[in-house]
Design a protein around this ligand. Sequence first.
Ligand SMILES: Cc1cc2nc3c(=O)[nH]c(=O)nc-3n(C[C@H](O)[C@H](O)[C@H](O)COP(=O)(O)O)c2cc1C
Length: 206
Amino acid sequence: MNDSTLTSRRGVLGVLALAASAALLPVRALAKAADPAMGVLEAIKTRRSVRAYTGAPVDEATLHEILACGMQAPSACNEQPWQFVVVRDKGMLAKVGEINPYAKFAKDAAFAVLVCGDLRLDKCGGYWVQDCSNAAMNMLLAAHSLGLGAVWTGIYPLEERVNGFRKLFNAPDEVTPMALLVMGHPADRPKPEDRFKAERVHADRW
Ligand SMILES: Cc1cc2nc3c(=O)[nH]c(=O)nc-3n(C[C@H](O)[C@H](O)[C@H](O)COP(=O)(O)O)c2cc1C
């Protein structure tokens, strides 16, 4: 796919705005979402995990846009079984590294989003992990598209981490922390990587 194809494609937030249109969101919300910062294919192909942040704050409108993109995700039976905890408190961000040693950099982030599955809302046969993963991926792409850096840090299905995050954030037993998305203005951005492997594509049958 060449650059001109990439740039000619609809912006990632533009696509989300169309989805919002289908859901009959208010016109005001659509107008805001239809201001693409980066094309959807460009965002997918250039996104990398960012684990170093400048310390600059992220404004509320940007945060709202990221959360709104998360909630536009497809889910089984449209059950939307997610709950998000927005973590800005530096003390809480510092404690994250005690539960997941691979997330110690969270202490330097502007904020993090704890993506949880609410099992009380999982009415369609146990699809909550896929549903919440879709929301998480939407938020990573939205953050990147808006110029922020972000990384998914894993929680579910590691029991120790699930219990640790549930306790730290005082979440009810029916709510399962799935991932912590750590975000901020990037101090460092890894280069895009081409990961296409023709041998992983099978024609018609294995
Ligand atoms: C389920 C999952 C769990 C992950 N957990 C961590 C983590 O705990 N800490 C971390 O720094 N990165 C974590 N990552 C990020 C991956 O290391 C990263 O996505 C992968 O190396 C590919 O690099 P990229 O995101 O830059 O394309 C996780 C990603 C996924 C999808």
